[in-house]
Write a protein of this length. Structure first.
Length: 193
């Protein structure tokens, strides 16, 4: 069963994803004993994202252009800013997040979510004419953002850009974009009138 864009059900799902990410990041920080600023700001930021999304109108075609644009773009922009935030500080311990000596699962999952939300942001509808264009645009945004994130990490003390991380980011993002195509139906086309 596909989830329809712009419905209360979809908004509840988006808010739930941000709340789940907040709980997961809080649990990881607790496990790694990183219970200080700036680490604890991440789960609080994700909860704030969920609250802002809950207050937005659902983005139905009858809503004004600004409301529809915010409803479409804010989830992806919130996640991009959370990724930037996490990349901006140095970890005091090895950021394995309980997955052995690699944080690759963390990279994959955050970019999977970004791919899903970016595909949702750029897909004006799901008809064939726009399908390839929106797929390429979403892929370009996610791949470019992953590259910028790795470059940004080169300027953070104690962090280094890593090509393997970027490849995992890219694959997670592309899988997320494809998952959007499978799980969601796009917004209905606006008819003049």
């Amino acid at each position: 069963m596909k989830i329809t864009y712009g419905t209360t059900r979809e908004k509840a799902l988006l808010c739930g994803v941000f709340l789940l990410a907040a709980v997961t990041s809080a649990a990881i920080l607790l496990r790694e004993q990183l219970l200080s600023f700036p680490y604890l700001a991440l789960p609080l930021y994700l909860v704030l994202c969920a609250l802002v999304l809950a207050c937005l109108p659902t983005g139905q075609p009858s809503g004004d252009l600004l409301s529809r644009g915010l409803y479409r773009a804010l989830p992806a922009l919130f996640l991009m800013s959370a990724i930037f935030y996490v990349s901006s500080f140095t970890f005091l311990t090895d950021p394995s997040f309980g997955f052995g000596h690699s944080d690759l699962l963390f990279h994959f999952s955050e970019y999977f979510a970004l791919g899903l939300l970016t595909a949702r942001m750029v897909a004006p509808d799901m008809d064939r004419m726009h399908s390839l264009r929106s797929l390429l645009l979403a892929s370009s945004i996610v791949l470019g953002y992953g590259l910028l994130d790795e470059i940004h990490q080169g300027f953070v003390p104690g962090r280094d850009p890593d090509g393997l991380d970027w490849l995992v980011d890219a694959s997670g993002g592309l899988v997320g974009i494809l998952a959007y195509r499978v799980l969601f139906t796009g917004p209905k086309k606006l008819t003049p009138g």
